[in-house]
Design a protein. Sequence first.
Lengths: 195, 270
Amino acid sequence: MDYGVGNLFSIYNALHHVGANPKRITDPAALSEAGGLVVPGVGSFGRCMQKLSPFKDALFESLERGTPMLGICVGMQLLFEKSEESPDEGLGWVDGQVVRLPDTVLIPQMGWNELSIKKDVEILNGINEGDRFYFVHSYHCVPKDASMIAATTDYGMKITAVISRDNLFAVQFHPEKSGAKGLSILENFVRLTRC
Amino acid sequence: MLAKRIIPCLDCDLAVAQGRVVKGIEFKQIRYAGIPWELATRYYQEGADEIIFLDITASHERRDTMVNVIKQTAENVFVPLAVGGGIKTLEDARTIFNAGADKVTVNTTALKRPEIITEIAEEYGNQACVVAIDAKRRYESFENRITVPTPKGECWFECSFYGGREFTGIDAIAWAKKVEELGAGEIMLTSMDRDGTYDGFDIELTETASSRVRIPVIASGGCGNAKHILEVFEKTHASAALAASIFHYDEWPIGDLKQYLADNGVLVRL
């Protein structure tokens, strides 16, 4: 989904590399045609939310229809009710908030951190405890329902790294920038979409 | 815990088709190392945590060549790609991002027009704006400088621009703090005294900067072997180490280097 934040070349190239046939969707009306949806996000929560606004209803319909959806980085944070980063309301599909990383650590967290796997989910097929992924973020997601958390990472405290609920998946790190392991996650997602 | 990053830096001469990777010694003499996208792909496969391209073409009129280099690299390399050299405006940065880069590095432009840092950070996020600082030791004129004791005596660090050809009189450590305030997500700190010498990183420079800012510092300049990288991680707060020659001329394959670091207690991605 290309809703006008950041550039989508990396995710496009990575999806292509794992055998998918990605299409950039810039028109909310076209969301219903997608067999699977990747929701990226770069920059501030508020700016992303504002840009996302025209897509909100169509995106929710896709979710309800069961279209597999993958939020990446700020694209994960948008799923929550609100963020300390800006006053804008989030999508609120996941109960909980997005809060700033603790001031005991360098902000942003930038670099490769390890996953601690909490749940056996299809999107993490082939991923092992301790595998490293590329994170770049200043805020992190705190879901109310801990059973959604599929994996965490440790950065001054436990940070939600992967969530999964039915057809909704989201990762705080950048799978498209996380080498072969990141590509595996995208490949798992593509398999779920059957496209 | 977060791993320390190993970053190969590819200095690119774009005056020929496809470009070519070169490496200077103390910012002067030049050796050739290969074709940029091919070398980047090899380093990615060997385990590089990130790749940096620096356009060192004197004229910077080779923007199309750089765009092609980035595009071809982005199709094959799935770790972050930073690109710098000759970025003067937000529009220049956009061209680089649109080709597929994840970060841009600015140096001379930031010193002449610091607002460029904020402009890039606002549009692409802080993480996308790396400020490169080229610093040289000065053993005199200490007034209003941040000084450190070294085995050769007290010194401060002066910022250079125009690829090391001119000096600014600006204190590199004070500048590092300033760029953090302006929204830089990361600092790539190069010792001009050590660059290309194989003598090891400038530990005093790296530690002085990395202990005073709250954003990641990439240590650069002087890496001649794996021990130097171990040393910079043991003695400073650097988040990443950058090297060029030891990778280009096959002295240290990245996999071997990372295994050596892991064996010596440094957290790295293997």
